[in-house]
Ligand binder design. Structure first.
Ligand code: FAD
Length: 516
């Protein structure tokens, strides 16, 4: 019998802007952990950093933080917690960089495992026909980029921000502007090493322990802790042509995005943004992008309108410059953007892929990075996207509180065996409301406003005939999780029973609750 129960509502709330649950660790719990012989060590005091995340709203204090040096440390800790059984309330959360939004990498009164500490696995690049790199689960994507570039190789699918961990993004999906071409990051993995909720260390791939492999990919940390991953690589390029352009009409914008998605000679990256009520937009672009037509660009006014920005990138090596230029010219000539708004730039591959880090540093300088981030990420089916855009951008969202991303992907290029939950249509759009709630004199008002707006968007989604799905999902009730997983719910509970029967792992996702 499954000794875990679906999560109930008591630890979280739908609208509340701050969820703080802190109590000191129980003495017997910490005593039992102290008895373990490890390569690394436990920390029991000053653990508030492990009760924080990028979302900035959920703060669940653990009893201990494990800084493992080896995979054996992770296994021994989980085995110990498993053997304590339901007599102990201990749970275990792997923590990458803690860039979750609603406490997903936290463990109230449990053990948080600081994944970046494991040093027993080293990065190793395998060249050859199907090149790959072996990386520790707590490694950052930016470090993988630097290492693989030394071999003229690079991962094919990215996130917009590279200071995230392998284990963190592979537990979710890892979706960015390359996903229309290569699938999300979870579709570019050849092998994993996983520590299950029973403490077993298991190597898995499509062919070996395939059920665990696909369960863990996009599995929200429910079935095991990723301690090593083998990531597929492709040839890298040195330079990137980076292009932006604007549209007045959503229909023209999305038609062009879909045209590019299905085109043979396509770009390496495609995203899009919604711009609501912003002035002087093109002036901001000028600091890093050059207008194709400077005179007409200077006459363009964006005041007060909703605009859609298409963002494209083409990778190339210097010896391919002319041919790449010609290809880009041809592709752009088939698009219907506002001609005066075509801006281009050329940067190195690292500058392009690590672009959000530049913004991070600027925001940190101004004290605007460590603020609450009430983000909402949705996957919206193509059949609903026009209606969604009209209602949500036209009526619900009054202003940009941060970037709003929107771009389509073609699911027929994605692997449907992973745990990632997507809409039931071949083409769907990722729509991401990446809001920052900058504190003001009036306290949490801004945060409350954004949360209320997010709820309106979610309510609108519920009213649509074909379902949207949340990406980086967050729910409070069993019914909501069940409806999120839909037909996959049965396999989710079956796998939980098999790989983490006591519901020890990733309690911060609030899908299953450990019985005690
Ligand atoms: P954490 O937040 O620490 O962990 C996330 C979840 O995974 C938790 O449940 C945790 O317990 C579990 N976990 C962590 N490590 C492991 C492991 N080794 N094994 C098993 N489970 C583990 N996402 C995208 O898809 N595309 C984007 O473009 C994108 N851009 C982002 C930009 C920024 C600025 C930020 C802050 C986030 C972005 N994300 C994006 C979201 C990102 O994928 C999530 O934040 C994700 O959680 C990774 O963060 P992390 O490595 O800090 O993991």
């Amino acid at each position: 019998l499954l000794s875990c129960t679906p999560y109930s509502t008591n630890l979280s709330s739908r609208h509340s802007s701050s969820n703080i649950l802190q109590s000191p660790p129980s003495v017997s719990t910490t005593f039992s952990l102290r008895s373990l012989v490890l390569d690394g060590y436990f920390e029991f005091d000053d653990l508030s950093y492990a009760a924080k995340d990028f979302g900035g709203r959920y703060h669940f204090l653990p009893s201990a933080v494990l800084h493992p040096k080896s995979v054996a440390d992770v296994s021994a800790t989980i085995k110990h917690v498993f053997e304590l059984g339901t007599f102990s309330e201990l749970t275990v959360a792997a923590r990458g960089r803690g860039h979750s939004l609603q406490g997903q990498a936290q463990a109230h009164k449990g053990v948080v495992i600081q994944m970046e500490s494991i040093k027993s696995h080293k990065m190793r690049v395998h060249s050859g026909k199907n090149p790959s790199v072996d990386v520790p689960g707590g490694e950052l994507w930016i470090n993988i980029l630097y290492e693989t570039l030394k071999h003229g190789l690079a991962p094919k699918s990215w996130t917009d921000y590279l200071h995230l961990t392998i284990g963190g993004t592979l537990s979710n999906g890892g979706i960015s502007g390359q996903a229309f071409l290569h699938g999300p990051q979870i579709d570019n993995v050849q092998e994993l090493e996983v520590v299950t909720g029973k403490g077993d260390i298991v190597t898995c791939s499509e062919k070996q322990n395939g059920d665990l492999f696909y369960g863990v990919l996009g599995g929200l940390g429910q079935y095991g802790i990723i301690t090593r991953a083998r990531i597929s690589l492709g040839p890298s390029a040195e330079r990137v042509k980076w292009i932006k352009m604007l549209y007045h009409e959503f229909s023209t914008f999305s038609m062009d995005q879909e045209r590019l998605m299905f085109s043979k000679e396509t770009f390496d990256y495609m995203e899009g943004f919604v711009i609501i009520n912003r002035t002087g937009l093109l002036n901001n672009w000028r600091s890093s992008f050059g207008p194709k037509d400077p005179v007409r660009a200077s006459q363009f006014s964006s005041d007060g309108k909703i605009l859609y920005c298409l963002e494209l990138a083409k990778y190339f090596n210097p010896n391919e410059y002319d041919i790449v230029e010609q290809g880009i010219e041809k592709s752009l000539s088939e698009l219907n953007f506002i001609p005066s708004t075509l801006f281009q730039s050329e940067v190195s591959l690292v500058e392009f892929l690590d672009r959000v880090h530049i913004s991070e540093m600027k925001l940190k300088e101004k004290g605007l990075w460590d603020v609450p981030h009430p983000w909402l990420n949705l996957l919206v089916p193509k059949s609903q996207i026009s209606h969604f855009a009209e209602q949500v951008f036209g009526n619900i969202i009054a202003d940009n509180n941060g970037a709003i991303l929107i771009y389509p992907v073609n699911q027929s290029k994605w692997n449907n065996k992973t745990s990632l939950v997507t809409p039931d249509e071949n083409v769907f759009y990722l729509v991401a409301f990446l809001s920052s709630a900058i504190p003001s004199a009036s306290g949490n008002e801004r945060l409350e406003q954004i949360l209320a707006q997010n709820q309106k968007v979610l309510d609108f989604c519920s009213s649509m005939t074909t379902g949207c799905k949340q990406y980086l999902p967050h729910y409070s009730t069993q019914e909501d999780w069940q409806s999120h997983f839909g037909p996959k719910w049965e396999i989710v509970t079956r796998r939980k029973l098999e790989y983490d029967p006591l519901a020890i792992l990733a309690p911060g996702q609030r899908i299953f609750q450990k019985s005690s």
